[in-house]
Design a protein around this ligand. Structure first.
Ligand code: MN
Length: 720
């Protein structure tokens, strides 16, 4: 058994960079953790406490800040003990509570799928849920300790945890640029996932250890000598590559271990900060040994996604063997090994305050952040934006992870499953609770869709859907549905119109004649023809006329009144429009059009034609295909309702004064509502007037504006 790490060991590690108060908090966290984990035993037989202490110890080795180490000690308390988040907040503050809760959330993610795309979604989900990078750092270290003690688990658990480590956590360490964590996780996982291959490799590599070390020394010395002679300050390292990377190479290239020449990676680490020296070192190496064509990689000019920077080259070494060499500056090296963790490293107890902070400067250089960043917070948020895409990650009921743009709703999720699921969804369950369709999905939600046969989308859904797939499917459904209705309506109208002339539309449809007719309108099917008639774009009469003897059709067309005044649908209503017959006309209640207003007609199924003012707010949302031109055609005197709002100073006899003005214009007030505001002594009067037309209405408005007490008068249009 490995000797147990004690709290004093951790305090020794942190003493160099944390203040006495912070040291005390760490001790307090230790005591808290010890008391709540009391009596819990790990599978290894050790007290549970050894686990959080080991985790905190590694975090201290990484020189992370006090909150991180405290959280390391407490990370399993909320999940595995009776401790509550409230207790943690009271004892250690909001920051630690937040970090512990973040870790508790992540630990609940169950890695369900090994499919590559799914694994990537899981990775992104964990990243997105680590709203503070320290959560992820603690999680990675937690995982290292669990992997180191994996032997005590059952074989099934070993396999599952090792797979999760290899698929999720090692790539995450890599993404954050923390090489040592990635390497250790990969080798530990490799050991449990393929013990035979691991063991074989360990044996064979060990066998040649002495010979290899001799060789490593030799190559190192040659390079070091050349570099020194050139006048560059650098140290040369040579170390065996980790097993998993060798194993991957063997698999990818289908070669045996004996054929893997470059088991050792050499590194030239330059003291200088100038990049140019890296290229100078490269020229020294290439002058010494012949480079292998196509193996030079410039990660300085083009850094990797995790900001890894270095020059890589492969040369033919002293024995004709391939030698892989990496060249980097110290700063690049630090980033390559510690990545993002380097940022959280505490130096001399200082927190990151000013722009001058050496640490921030360094990181900025490392990350090549172009913008002028004012503070570390800004730096972190910029970094996060790069790391965390603008997406949310949710679980399907089967445990798969799906990514959606931020703001997505269950509607988007439903359409991502299947069009029918989308069209028929009536609601959703999030983490087993029913939510409305407009609910905004959050990271980690488990989403289940409730469908109902026969249910269908509405235009409202377009407000809540954000994915283009859902939007286009909803639009498509609405369009198809409207077309279906138009076809039915068109067919009905045509049936009737033909019947008037003792013709049967059902027979006409089969004739060749009809094809000529719709060709005239650039229409290619009978359905399309019925649809345009249904929409009111072409009148049924015009179609029927094509099938009537010349004189009959002429006669019906050349009625002088109709020629001149177009087709009056319903003279009693006072609207005329071209080409549409048998339609019920009514006035929209949202805008109350009055003669003289610019108007348009909207064909609403089942309710005939509705007349709106052209500037009605509702018109914007209307289906343009169903909007038709209409004109006023008033033959007899008739009144129309119109709403106005008058704002005036509140005084006695106000209403009498206003109504006197209105009645002298021969206008009736059908409704009045007055509200007085004591705050500014103003009265707001809403009237409904019956006017003949716009001209009369304008006269009323002008007369009212002349009243002394009137502040403003305006026509009111409701939006619905
Ligand atoms: Mn743990």
């Amino acid at each position: 058994m490995i000797s147990m790490l004690r709290i004093t060991d951790i305090l020794d590690k942190t003493q160099s960079y944390l203040g006495p108060e912070e040291q005390e908090t760490i001790e307090k966290a230790y005591i808290f953790s010890a008391s709540v984990h009391q009596g819990q035993i790990r599978l290894s037989g050790e007290p549970y406490l050894t686990h959080p202490v080991e985790v905190a110890g590694m975090l201290a080795d990484m020189k992370l800040d006090a909150a991180t180490i405290v959280t390391g000690l407490l990370h399993d308390t909320v999940e595995d003990t009776l401790a509550t988040p409230d207790q943690i907040r009271e004892a250690f503050g909001k920051e630690v509570e937040f970090l512990v809760e973040g870790l508790t959330k992540i630990s609940k993610i169950i890695f369900g799928s090994k499919v590559e795309q799914q694994a990537e979604n899981f990775r992104k989900m964990i990243l997105a849920m680590s709203s503070d990078i320290r959560i992820l750092l603690i999680r990675l270290v937690d995982r290292i300790h669990n992997m180191r003690t994996l032997e005590f688990q059952t074989p099934e658990k070993q396999k599952y945890i090792a797979e999760e480590t290899l698929e999720l956590y090692a790539p995450l360490a890599n993404r954050l640029g923390i090489n040592w964590i990635k390497v250790e996780l990969e080798d530990l996982a490799f050991r449990y996932l393929n013990f035979e291959a691991y063991n074989e490799m360990a044996k064979r590599v060990a066998k040649r250890k002495e010979k290899r070390e001799q060789y490593t020394e030799e190559v190192k010395n040659i390079i070091q000598k050349e570099i020194d002679q050139f006048g560059l300050k650098a140290c040369v390292e040579g170390r065996a590559k980790h097993f998993y990377s060798i194993y991957k190479k063997m698999k990818e290239q289908h070669i045996d271990l004996d054929e893997v020449y470059d088991l050792i990676a050499f590194r030239i680490i330059l003291d200088a900060k100038k990049e140019i020296e890296c290229y100078e070192a490269l020229s020294v190496v290439h002058a010494l040994w012949k480079p292998v064509p196509g193996r030079f990689k410039d990660f300085i000019a083009m850094p990797k996604a995790n900001n890894y920077r270095a020059l890589h080259t492969t040369v033919i070494g002293p024995y004709g063997e391939r030698v892989e060499i990496q060249i980097r500056s110290r700063i690049m090296h630090e980033w390559a090994e510690e990545g993002i963790a380097a940022h959280w490293r505490y130096k001399e107890g200082q927190s990151y305050k000013s722009d001058d902070d050496e640490q921030i400067k360094k990181l900025r250089e490392l990350l090549e952040v172009q913008q002028d960043l004012k503070n570390p917070r800004e730096f972190m948020s910029n970094l996060k934006m790069a790391l965390f895409p603008d997406e949310v990650y949710i679980f399907t009921p089967r445990g798969d992870v799906k990514a959606f743009p931020k703001g997505a709703t269950p509607i988007d999720f439903a359409y991502s499953i299947h069009t029918d699921v989308g069209n028929q969804c009536v609601g959703a369950k999030i983490n087993r609770n029913i939510v409305p369709l407009k609910y905004e999905l959050k990271n980690g939600d488990t989403v289940e869709i409730i469908t109902q046969a026969g249910h269908h989308p509405t235009k409202d859904w377009l407000k809540y859907a954000v994915t283009s797939r859902a939007i286009s499917k909803i639009r498509n459904w609405i369009k198809t549905e409207e077309r279906k209705k138009s076809i039915a309506l068109g067919k009905d109208i045509l049936d009737k119109e033909f019947k008037k002339h003792h013709l049967k539309f059902s027979q006409i449809v089969k004739s060749d004649e009809i094809k000529k007719v719709y060709a005239e309108y650039s229409i290619s099917t009978v359905d399309d023809l019925m649809a345009v008639v249904g929409y009111g774009k072409i009148s049924a009469k015009r179609i029927v006329n094509k099938f009537l003897p010349e004189d009959v059709s002429k006669q019906s067309e050349s009625t002088p009144e109709k020629e001149k005044k177009k087709t009056t649908v319903s003279s009693s209503v006072g609207i005329s429009l071209t080409g549409i017959e048998d339609v019920m006309v009514r006035y929209a209640r949202c805008c109350h059009p009055i003669p003289g207003d610019e108007i348009l007609g909207y064909i609403s199924r089942g309710r005939g034609l509705t007349v709106h003012t052209a500037n009605c707010m509702n018109v914007e949302e209307m289906d343009t295909e169903r909007i038709v031109d209409v004109e006023w055609n008033i033959k007899e005197k008739k009144t129309f309702p119109v709403n106005i709002r008058v704002v005036c100073t509140d005084k006695k006899g106000l209403l009498a004064e206003i109504s006197a003005v209105i009645s002298t214009m021969d206008v009736n007030i059908s409704h009045a509502e007055i509200e007085t505001r004591s705050a500014d002594m103003q009265a707001i009067c809403d009237f409904k007037l019956d006017v003949n037309d716009l001209q009369q209405f304008t006269q009323v408005l002008n007369a009212m504006k002349k009243l002394k007490s009137v502040i403003s008068v305006e026509r009111v249009r409701r939006s619905s």
